[in-house]
Design a protein around this ligand. Structure first.
Ligand SMILES: Cc1cc2nc3c(=O)[nH]c(=O)nc-3n(C[C@H](O)[C@H](O)[C@H](O)COP(=O)(O)OP(=O)(O)OC[C@H]3O[C@@H](n4cnc5c(N)ncnc54)[C@H](O)[C@@H]3O)c2cc1C
Length: 340
């Protein structure tokens, strides 16, 4: 099938963590038609999924910045150039779609769980893999998913006036308890231990707000005709049970990451990373990797490293598809790209 130019992105960035977001910014600055995909419904990678309320101290220019705020800044910086964004979209396949004159690959086909995308170059910024919420292991609970039980909140106003039970003791659980105050009718939070991994300030705010917090408690069963109506919880020290009438069960017990599909694309891998050279090229023509997922001899899995690596990857991708363009972008201070 011959593909038309209109169907094809100049670069597809697979992973919307800090590395991918900074890459999308750079690609925009180089006037590349850019696609950025992420398996999660929210951009930001580990920053938003794993530690939004923690301070990061080692990103240049910020003596200290909340991970959430850093992610927000990165999104804002990337969106200046209006890349196409596919969130909640996992890249599952990568294969040549069209050869180039030298027997290489002119266009790559990226299969996703929502369809397919085409791009001249690909930058894999998949970090430690596609994130998926860790599931609550309670018999028969799957049938309530989307019927009162949820792992992610897309629209907090959909929870207005509800009696909510939040399960978890990390940042997400406490962030939602904090964010849903005044919106929900009531909030109870249960956690299986008495130590919380959440930011102290948020824990304090939630406690001060009178959210009922039950430590050493876990879910035993969920009941309801069409949707969640009741949850039975138990004290894991005594086995004592109690049943709560609720309308919404929000489970925030963390994420697991899976590089799975990336490992099947024919990329040379080492130590769970994609092997790259000094231009961030992989063994596949026109496919680059950067950030936590990229492996080379001097690898340090840090945000700062990802920024540098993806700038290299995107600029060499630009030079690959436009032989008149130099890899070195010049200095952004000299560019005329800024919006007036
Ligand atoms: C608790 C904690 C604290 C940290 N503190 C610091 C710190 O202080 N300083 C520092 O420099 N670093 C810190 N790090 C490390 C830092 O977060 C990582 O180095 C950084 O997030 C790597 O960015 P990335 O964009 O390469 O990958 P990630 O942030 O992992 O983002 C990758 C994204 O790709 C998506 N993805 C993966 N596979 C697919 C696929 N097949 N299709 C679509 N999307 C996909 C994932 O959903 C994810 O959103 C910390 C890490 C943790 C866990």
């Amino acid at each position: 099938m011959a593909v038309t130019d209109a169907d094809v992105f100049d670069v597809a960035i697979l992973g919307g963590g800090p590395t991918g977001l900074f890459g999308a910014f750079y690609a925009g600055m180089r006037q590349m038609r850019t696609l950025i995909l992420d398996a999660l419904p929210e951009l930001g990678g580990q920053l938003t999924a794993l530690y939004p309320e923690k301070y990061v101290y080692d990103v240049g220019g910020f003596p200290k910045i909340l991970a959430r705020d850093l992610a927000e800044g990165l999104v804002e910086q990337a969106m200046q150039f209006h890349p196409e964004v596919g969130v909640a979209e996992t890249a599952t396949e990568l294969e040549p779609a069209e050869p180039d004159a030298d027997g290489g690959v002119a266009v790559w086909r990226i299969g996703t769980d929502r369809g397919e995308r085409l791009a001249r170059t690909v930058v894999v910024t998949a970090g430690i893999g596609a994130f998926e919420p860790r599931k609550l292991k309670v018999d028969g609970i799957e049938r309530y998913e989307g019927r009162g039980m949820q792992y992610l909140v897309k629209d907090k106003m959909a929870l207005a006036g509800r009696r909510i039970l939040i399960v978890g003791g990390g940042d997400s659980a406490f962030d939602w308890a904090d964010n849903l105050r005044g919106i929900a009718d009531s909030i109870t939070l249960i956690h299986r231990r008495d130590g919380f991994r959440a930011h102290e300030g948020t824990v304090e705010a939630v406690m001060r707000a009178g959210v009922e917090i039950l430590t050493f408690h876990e879910v035993r069963s969920v009941a309801g005709e069409e949707a969640v109506e009741r949850v039975t919880i138990f004290d894991n020290r005594t086995g004592e049970e109690k049943t709560l009438d609720i309308d919404a069960l929000l489970v925030n017990i963390g994420f697991k990451a899976d590089l799975g599909p990336v490992k099947r694309w024919g990329l040379e891998m080492m130590k769970n990373g994609i092997v790259v050279n000094e231009r961030m090229e992989t063994n596949l023509p026109g496919v680059y990797a950067a950030g936590d997922v990229a492996y080379h001899g001097g690898k340090l899995p840090l945000i700062a490293t990802g920024f540098g690596e993806v700038a290299i990857a995107v600029n060499f991708a630009k030079a690959r598809i436009d032989p008149t363009a130099r890899a070195f972008p010049g200095h952004s201070t000299e560019e005329k790209w800024k919006e007036s």
